[in-house]
Ligand binder design. Sequence first.
Ligand SMILES: Cc1cc2nc3c(=O)[nH]c(=O)nc-3n(C[C@H](O)[C@H](O)[C@H](O)COP(=O)(O)OP(=O)(O)OC[C@H]3O[C@@H](n4cnc5c(N)ncnc54)[C@H](O)[C@@H]3O)c2cc1C
Length: 310
Amino acid sequence: MTSDQKPQPLLPELPPDLAPLARRDVPLRQLTTLTVGGPAALVCRLTTPDIALRFQTWARNNRIPVTILGAGSNVLASDGGFPGLVMLVQTAGLTVRNNLVTAGAGLPFDKLITGTLEAGLVGLEFASGIPGTLGGAVMGNAGCYGHEIGEFVQRALLLTPDGKLETVTPADFGFDYRITRLRETGAVLLEVTFALTAGDTGRAAQTRRQHLADRRAKHPVDLPCAGSWFRNLPPAAPGQRRRPAGRLLEEAGAKDMAEGDARVFERHANIIINAGRATCAQISRLADRMRSAVRGKFGILLEEEVRRIG
Ligand SMILES: Cc1cc2nc3c(=O)[nH]c(=O)nc-3n(C[C@H](O)[C@H](O)[C@H](O)COP(=O)(O)OP(=O)(O)OC[C@H]3O[C@@H](n4cnc5c(N)ncnc54)[C@H](O)[C@@H]3O)c2cc1C
């Protein structure tokens, strides 16, 4: 019996209005870009705030563990799966009013970028090519090329863990390096409003093309992976940039490491790829070896950026 076939504990029946919106025993490898992970007992798609509220209330009343996912591009799911409810945020839609853009948290981030450029607004093009939804990007304060998503957030609509729809501000998020205070609280981000600038969209489109080409050259854009595995290190001195974990990993010899089909990407020592049928256990062993190599050579303990499920 493979981990995918392991029986999950029985969950109570869903009410008739919710049952058609959920599926049972869905392999998490189908919901994550690393394509790893055993079955989630129940998976639902949150397409409106009302559906989100109804699923959340049902899970709370029945004491069912919940995890939230966008496109699963920054997570490692357990081989044993997840014994509760996985809520996939799929609220979509995009509206533009002057320089303010409001979009559903389930919208693919790249669609947000192209949509805002078409509306004559610039600012988000730096993030071209970051996979995933805008909910995942905002909750994790995704960033690259010297910018972070949090810089552009004006307000957002959140379903709080106790079932309230609330409008929150950047101060509530507490944007920090690849993290916010609201992630991991059980709050569901449903909609975000960004403040952008009317500007030179031709130049922004050129920046976008450059970043996409750069990513194609350096990142495994067509291979299963979850982006950078470890967080970059704090700057050595105030005003300087963070020190890339990839450089330390490369100098520590990580590029040659593999555990079964879990391998370090040949062009970027901070990226783990699934070259076939890698398991969560193999990936975890590989990440441990990478961390140990850096600790042994530099005495520095790397912290994971990828979030684990199950
Ligand atoms: C090839 C590749 C390149 C990448 N490059 C970058 C990069 O340059 N910069 C960067 O920052 N990241 C990068 N990433 C990582 C990842 O794409 C981003 O972090 C992305 O923003 C995650 O979005 P997601 O929808 O996939 O989130 P998921 O992986 O589904 O979730 C990530 C976390 O956010 C939470 N979450 C997601 N949506 C919601 C929501 N609506 N409400 C509440 N919580 C939510 C989840 O619970 C989880 O904790 C890269 C990944 C890949 C595979």
